[in-house]
Design a protein around this ligand. Structure first.
Ligand SMILES: NC(=O)c1ccc[n+]([C@@H]2O[C@H](COP(=O)([O-])OP(=O)(O)OC[C@H]3O[C@@H](n4cnc5c(N)ncnc54)[C@H](O)[C@@H]3O)[C@@H](O)[C@H]2O)c1
Length: 255
């Protein structure tokens, strides 16, 4: 059983989907979890589910696209717990569209959260990790950060950037006690996918198409991603850094 006993963790976008599942699995592994989200209601609901199960969690309001919020969140965490051991940069947003269907503003909006957001949050917490000479950063990229995906021009652009950021950051700080990895899920059933489905004229057909992109013929579950995050967060994965960990139901194995 992987344990996060005595580990202080923060998960962004933890009000919903994969982030909520990671926060809950970390709490079950005995971590203290700062549950952060720009949506206070859903973030507090995740905290309530954790504390109802005797887990330890508190809410941190945080829009990752806002640099000031990130600095304030770091101050809140360091004031209360003096350290952060594990940071999960999970918050992310999507968009359906080819180049011709994507406006510059769409790309900017996705970049601000998916890339600049990870940059902002990491910038706020990395100095503390460097001082304590230990830290573990897990970024949510996507299968769309490893292979191209039709109709996801802006999304793939940002997720390839997340993989690049992850690998560069991992190399820069590998000898300073910091590990950095990213997880690249295939399609996972969350409100994120439900929102994309609404952008199609025939959502039911789009659902079947999306499920069948995975060799396993189904979408993943948030919990299946959360347990991979738990492994990367634990000392048992101490030899892993700079990796893009595919959990894609066989999508990338070929047709
Ligand atoms: N669901 C999938 O199929 C899938 C596949 C590959 C990768 N991912 C990635 O996994 C991550 C989580 O996806 P999900 O499916 O759980 O999404 P979701 O929409 O269910 O949840 C995302 C959460 O992030 C929060 N959020 C959005 N923008 C934010 C911001 N600026 N600051 C703080 N919080 C913000 C939302 O309020 C929400 O609670 C994303 O980075 C997504 O790109 C998802």
């Amino acid at each position: 059983m992987f344990s996060l006993q005595n580990k202080i963790t923060l998960v962004t976008g933890a009000g919903s989907g994969i982030g909520a599942a990671i926060a809950e699995v970390f709490a079950q592994a005995k971590a203290y979890v700062f549950v952060s989200d720009r949506d206070e209601k859903s973030g507090r609901e995740t905290v309530a589910r954790i504390t109802d199960q005797q887990g330890q969690a508190e809410f941190v309001a945080l829009d990752v696209a806002n640099e000031d919020h990130c600095q304030q969140a770091a101050q809140q965490v360091y004031r209360s717990k003096l350290r952060l051991d594990i940071l999960v940069n999970n918050a992310g947003i999507g968009h359906v569209g080819t180049m011709m269907q994507t406006r510059g503003e769409d790309l900017d909006r996705l970049y601000a959260v998916n890339v600049r957001g990870i940059f902002n949050v990491t910038k706020a917490f990395l100095p503390g990790m460097l001082m304590q000479k230990s830290g573990n950063i897990i970024n949510l990229a996507s299968i769309g950060g490893v292979v191209g995906v039709r109709d996801r021009l802006a999304y793939c652009t940002t997720k390839f950037a997340v993989v690049g950021l992850t690998k560069s950051l991992a190399l820069d700080h590998a000898r300073e006690g910091i590990r950095v990895n990213c997880i690249c899920p295939g399609r996972v059933e969350t409100p994120f996918v439900a929102a994309r489905l609404k952008e199609y004229p025939d959502p039911e057909k789009a659902y079947q198409d999306m499920a069948s992109t995975q060799a396993l013929g189904r979408m993943g579950k948030p919990d299946e991603i959360a347990h991979a995050a738990l492994y990367l967060a634990c000392d048992e994965s101490a030899f892993i850094t700079g990796t893009a960990f595919l959990i894609d139901g066989g999508w990338s194995a070929g047709k």
